[in-house]
Write a protein that binds this ligand. Structure first.
Ligand SMILES: Nc1nc2c(c(=O)[nH]1)N[C@H]1C(S)=C(S)[C@@H](COP(=O)(O)OP(=O)(O)OC[C@H]3O[C@@H](n4cnc5c(=O)[nH]c(N)nc54)[C@H](O)[C@@H]3O)O[C@H]1N2
Ligand SMILES: Nc1nc2c(c(=O)[nH]1)N[C@H]1C(S)=C(S)[C@@H](COP(=O)(O)OP(=O)(O)OC[C@H]3O[C@@H](n4cnc5c(=O)[nH]c(N)nc54)[C@H](O)[C@@H]3O)O[C@H]1N2
Ligand code: SF4
Ligand SMILES: [Mo]
Length: 728
């Protein structure tokens, strides 16, 4: 069974290529969900192009889009469920797999309690409707041992939004298409195309800021692809952002550059904020920020003076011990300069599922439960992923004995001191919902593969919430799924059903199919659309319907972001909380810290680096993605290379207190002296990816200490690891 039977919409059928048809579809490899045209010749993908009618991506695609074809045709992609036999796998039928898994899961739970079953939900879950069904399975499991990619990603933004705006959902979006000043802090949208401010074709949008007379500033230890498009690049020290922003606030307050009338109307905490930053003069913070005082002063003045301005901060600052604090300070600066909730600043979206308005009804707790050591508190009802290996390996009550991973490769993606690889092989039961034998799923007892992304029809609700313009788009299928194949949502629902009490579990197969189909993603999306802000129930006959959406050539544009702070703010007093006490205290402690002058064994700061043709840990098996400069290397400034007697292309050893890897050296003026950068998601040797396994490269997470985390959320602070680099 599949989601819904839609006819394959064909946009072209060219006569000279008699056996070619072109289908409307969507690339779902990242949040951008760019519209694509997929040409199929003799049953194989022969061409992928941008869909000019797509209301958000407008014809743009990045080089990864063609990998949608490579994935679809990849002979290493699993097409049937697999069961472990010895060191290998054998195919197994779906019903048999669910029955065996169900029996074993229930047994583990019966013997050891709900805490003994853990789950990891990975990044691509968020790129289809599957995530919602992953949450359904999580509810059925009733385990505190639930982990997601968010805790190596955006959790700091969510925690700060919860404290400042009253809900983790209320993460303001950068109004890039109207702003007069864009400050990019720890993000590289020219490569990533934006995350949580989804901006496909980011390069074009950034150029447009400058074309309309605006200014673009990039604050990043590396002169990135985005920095090349900017008016100004500020090479901050990794982890220095907290000092830089406190210094900017000192100037904003001290020079009376803030919109105090608007602050009085919108916010509380102004006085506490003033007291906090009184001593944080640009001179006092410059060394720790790694940015000179004049630059800090100018950044503050220009932000206040701009007709509209937005700081867009993303993963570079999240993956720091100061992740939550910096996310908070970004919200504060955008607010006090009058740039919250106004066009060209940062705003909340009005998506088809009105998550910002519903936020008030979604209560959130911090510390409802903890990991067994008591060190990590739950947030958003989950525990940080860095706790996973300990929860599996440490014996005792509540030890994890069975795991489910869905769309995740945590052995590669999460710093675990190398222990997660071992941990996954010690489990009584491990089920991977994945289409590849990866660093993680190679340890599975069962691998349950979904259809290829080109075989699923979908409406991604999550991406509509975080786009820089309100819109809704439809993912058509380019291929009919093979008989019997399943989508993620159905696999996850079937797993959840296995955890129901016996009478409910044992309903006849035909009835079960009908029940499952009743909650298929298209039905959910149709309901959401009808009841949401643009739907028939609210708007009568002028409301949009699933038919309108499905018959569109590139989705429906729902207009620019609208001011709606007063409607959506979820704090009790309905004001923006500028100075939550725990943040003020933590920031004050940082300000008291002296600049670090200690002699160090490890003398270089290691940060991450995303590559245009890589996609986290899982795209390297598509040969067209892995040539040229898409390699796992360490980027180093010429001065640092010279001081160590290292030359371009040398194999070098990068060592931290935790581990070491060997990679080729790439010398470049683009990186700040004293800083080195290695991309994550490499080192595939020994996986089922035949092409990727043969590539050189190592897993950078072997160097990152799982104990080094953002203090509030436990998010892995991988962007500030001290290392040495020596000849290999
Ligand atoms: N050192 C370091 N580590 C990092 C980062 C970093 O910057 N530095 N970045 C982090 C970030 S931001 C993230 S989001 C995480 C991502 O880390 P993960 O959550 O582990 O996600 P991926 O690496 O994308 O792995 C996705 C897995 O899902 C499978 N998959 C792909 N599509 C689907 C699908 O539609 N359905 C199913 N069932 N499976 C699918 C793939 O085969 C692959 O095994 O990595 C993080 N790790
Ligand atoms: N091509 C490609 N696109 C992707 C992905 C991919 O793997 N490949 N992954 C997707 C995912 S899961 C995500 S979450 C998004 C992430 O999207 P982005 O947030 O744009 O991610 P990065 O490109 O890693 O950009 C982070 C930047 O932070 C900088 N940085 C590191 N440390 C610091 C610091 O201490 N301070 C400051 N100011 N900057 C710092 C790094 O040099 C880097 O340029 O990208 C998505 N898009
Ligand atoms: S930016 Fe690239 S990877 Fe992301 S959806 Fe668009 S084409 Fe696909
Ligand atoms: Mo991510």
């Amino acid at each position: 069974m599949t989601a819904i039977d839609v006819p394959l919409p064909e946009v072209r059928n060219s006569s000279h290529e008699a056996r070619s048809t072109t289908h409307l579809s969507q690339c779902t490899l990242c949040e951008a969900h760019c519209g694509i045209h997929v040409t199929v010749t003799d049953g194989k993908v022969s061409r992928i192009e941008g869909n000019p009618d797509d209301v958000l991506s407008k014809g743009y695609i990045c080089p990864k889009a063609t990998a949608m074809g490579g994935l679809h045709d990849d002979p290493d992609r699993l097409r049937t469920p697999m069961r472990r036999v010895g060191d290998g796998f054998e195919p197994i039928g779906w019903d048999e797999a669910f029955a065996e898994i169900g029996a074993r899961l229930r047994r583990v739970r019966r013997l050891h309690g709900p805490r003994s079953v853990g789950m990891y939900l990975g990044n691509p879950a968020a790129h289809s409707s599957g995530a919602g069904y992953g949450m359904l399975l999580r509810m059925a499991l009733r385990t505190p041992n639930f982990f997601t990619a968010s805790s190596i990603d955006q959790m700091p933004h969510e925690y700060a939004a919860w404290r400042v705006f009253g809900s983790n959902v209320l993460m303001p979006i950068t109004d890039i298409d109207r702003t007069h000043r864009l400050v990019v802090l720890g993000a590289n949208p020219a490569v990533s195309n934006g995350s949580l401010s989804i901006m496909p074709g980011a390069k074009r949008r950034i150029k447009a800021v400058r074309d309309r007379g605006g200014k673009v500033v990039v604050i990043d230890p590396r002169r990135t692809e985005t920095a090349r498009l900017a008016d100004q690049h500020v090479a901050v020290r990794p982890g220095g952002d907290v000092f830089l922003l406190l210094g900017m606030l000192n100037v904003l307050v001290g020079e009376n550059l803030c919109d105090t009338a608007r602050i009085a109307e919108q916010a509380t905490g102004w006085a506490e904020l003033g007291r906090l930053v009184a001593s944080a003069t640009p001179e006092a913070v410059a060394e720790r920020a790694g940015v000179d005082a004049d630059t800090i002063r100018t950044l503050a003045r220009e932000h206040a003076a701009a007709e509209s301005a937005a700081i867009y901060a993303r993963i570079g600052i999240c993956q720091q011990e100061t992740g939550t604090l910096v996310s908070w300070l970004v919200m504060v600066i955008n607010t006090v300069t009058g740039n919250l909730d106004r066009p060209g600043g940062t705003m909340f979206s009005t998506p088809i599922v009105d998550a910002p308005r519903l936020a008030k009804r979604l209560p959130l707790k911090h510390g409802k439960f903890t990991d067994r050591s008591g060190r990590h508190k739950s947030f958003r009802s989950e525990l940080p992923a860095v706790a996973m290996a300990d929860e599996i390996l440490t014996p005792g009550d509540g030890q994890i004995r069975a795991m489910i991973t869905y769309a995740g490769n945590p052995v590669s993606s999460i710093p675990q001191n190398g222990r997660l690889d071992e941990a996954m092989s010690t489990l009584d039961l491990y089920v991977a919902v994945d289409m590849y034998v990866t660093e993680t799923s190679r340890h599975a007892d069962f691998i349950l593969p979904p259809v290829s992304p080109l075989e699923r029809a979908d409406v991604s609700l999550l991406t509509t919430v975080f786009s820089v313009r309100n819109n809704v788009r439809y993912q058509h299928r380019s291929f009919a799924p093979p008989a019997g194949a399943k989508e993620d949502w159905e696999i996850l629902t079937r797993l959840a059903l296995e955890l129901l009490p016996a009478p409910l579990r044992r309903v006849p197969a035909a009835l079960r199919s009908r029940l499952i189909d009743a909650i298929n993603p298209m039905r959910v999306a149709t309901l959401v659309l009808a009841t949401g802000p643009y739907g028939r129930l609210r708007r009568g006959r002028s409301g949009i319907t699933m038919n309108d959406l499905r018959s569109s050539r590139g989705g429906l544009d729902l207009g620019p972001l609208q001011p709606r702070l007063r409607e959506v703010i979820a704090t009790r007093d309905r004001k923006v909380a500028l100075a939550p006490a725990e943040f003020v205290q933590a920031a004050a402690a940082y300000l008291r810290e002296p600049a670090d002058r200690a002699e160090r064994t490890y003398d270089l700061q290691l940060i991450g680096r995303r590559q245009l043709r890589s996609n986290n840990s899982w795209l390297h098996n598509v040969p067209t993605m892995t040539g040229g400069n898409n390699k796992c290397t360490v980027l180093m400034h010429p001065e640092d290379a010279l001081a160590r007697g290292l030359a371009q292309g040398d194999t070098v050893r990068v060592a931290s207190a935790i581990g070491e890897i060997e990679v080729p050296l790439d010398i470049s003026e683009d990186i700040r002296p004293g800083t080195v950068a290695v991309p994550h998601g490499w080192g595939h040797q020994g996986t089922g990816w035949r092409h990727a396994s043969a590539l050189p490269g190592a897993n950078v997470n072997a160097l990152h200490d799982p104990d080094q985390v953002d203090a509030f959320t436990g998010t892995a602070a991988v962007n500030n690891t001290w290392v040495t680099v020596t000849a290999g």
